[in-house]
Design a protein around this ligand. Structure first.
Ligand code: SF4
Length: 272
C-alpha cells in the first residue's frame, strides 16, 4: 500500500487549508478517537488505509445502475414493491454530485465556518415529498439480514443521520426513516461457477440527527486547541506506537531494510 499512503499530507488538505472539509467519515473518526482525528486533520497524518473493498464497490455500482433505471422512468424498484413502501428513487439535478466522494452533499456550518460534507449512495422520495436516505451495503453472512443490532453498526447509523442532517440543512424535508439495501452473498451454492448469488433485503432505520450539531461544535473546539487529545486507554495501537517509538529511540543500532523498495538505511529518529 506504500505508494498510496502519504503520512505527511500537504497543508492545503489539513484543517485551515483551502481543500479541507469535515466529511461524515471524519465526524465518525472524531467520535471514535479525538486523538486520531486531531493527528489526521490538524497534524496531517492519517491512519494507514486498508485495502480497497472492490467486491463491495462493484455491488454499489450495480445497485446504482439498477435504481437509476427506475429513477429515470419514475417507477418503483421491485424491492420497494416487495416491502410495500410507497417511494420512488428521487430525481434531482444534483444527484450525481451528491454521490461523488469528493463532492457529496455540502453545507457551510455558520457557527463554525466549516464545510460539512458526505456522499450518499441513494435518495428516495415518498408521496409527501419527504426525502429518504438510502445506503447500499454488501456482505456474506449466514442467515437473513433484517436488522442492524451489532455494536459496530453504530457507524452505519451515524452515517445515515449525518446525510439526513445535511439534506435538512440544504432545505429539504427529510423522513427520519432511512433504508439500508443489504446484499448478502450466499455460500450455500454447489459451486462458485464465476457467480455470487445474493439475497437482497431492505432494513429500515429511524434516524435521530440531534447529536450532529453539538458534535460539530466539539470537533471544532478540538481542532482549535493546541493540546493533543488524550489517547483511548483501550486502544492497543497507541500503546504499541509509543512503546515501539521509545524502544527505537533507545536502540543504538541502525539496520538496513531488506526490500528493494525501501531506503537502504533507516535512521531511528525518522521512524517515530
Ligand atoms: S488511541 Fe488508537 S485510535 Fe486513538 S490516536 Fe491512538 S491509535 Fe488512534
Amino acid at each position: 500500500m506504500s505508494q498510496f499512503y502519504k503520512p505527511d499530507r500537504g497543508d492545503r488538505w489539513n484543517y485551515g487549508g483551502a481543500a479541507w472539509k469535515l466529511s461524515r467519515s471524519k465526524i465518525d473518526l472524531f467520535l471514535q478517537c479525538p486523538k486520531c482525528f486531531y493527528v489526521d486533520n490538524k497534524l496531517g497524518t492519517k491512519r494507514p488505509p486498508g485495502y480497497p473493498f472492490n467486491l463491495n464497490s462493484a455491488v454499489d455500482t450495480l445497485f446504482k445502475k439498477e435504481f437509476d433505471v427506475h429513477r429515470e422512468a419514475g417507477t418503483k424498484h421491485p424491492i420497494m414493491e416487495e416491502y410495500g413502501i410507497d417511494v420512488v428513487p428521487f430525481k434531482h439535478e444534483n444527484m450525481d454530485t451528491w454521490r461523488e466522494v469528493f463532492e457529496g452533499i455540502q453545507h457551510v456550518h455558520k457557527a463554525t465556518g466549516m464545510t460539512i460534507m458526505g456522499a450518499v449512495d441513494d435518495i428516495w422520495v415518498n408521496p409527501e415529498g419527504e426525502l429518504i436516505v438510502v445506503d447500499y451495503k454488501s456482505t456474506s453472512k449466514d442467515g437473513k439480514l433484517d436488522k442492524l443490532d451489532a455494536d459496530w453498526h453504530i457507524g452505519y447509523k451515524r452515517q445515515m443521520e449525518v446525510y439526513q442532517w445535511l439534506l435538512r440543512q440544504n432545505g429539504f424535508k427529510v423522513s427520519n426513516t432511512g433504508y439500508f439495501v443489504y446484499a448478502n452473498a450466499s455460500t450455500k451454492e454447489e459451486a462458485f461457477n464465476a457467480k455470487l448469488i445474493f439475497d437482497v433485503t431492505l432494513i429500515p432505520y429511524k434516524g435521530d440527527d440531534s447529536w450532529v450539531e453539538p458534535t460539530i461544535l466539539e470537533a471544532k473546539a478540538c481542532l482549535e486547541d493546541d493540546r493533543v487529545p488524550k489517547a483511548d486507554d483501550d486502544c492497543d495501537y497507541c500503546r504499541y506506537r509509543e512503546f515501539v517509538g521509545k524502544k527505537l529511540l533507545n536502540s543504538k543500532r541502525e539496520k538496513s531494510v531488506p526490500t528493494s523498495h525501501a531506503p537502504k538505511v533507516v535512521k531511528k529518529e525518522t521512524l517515530f
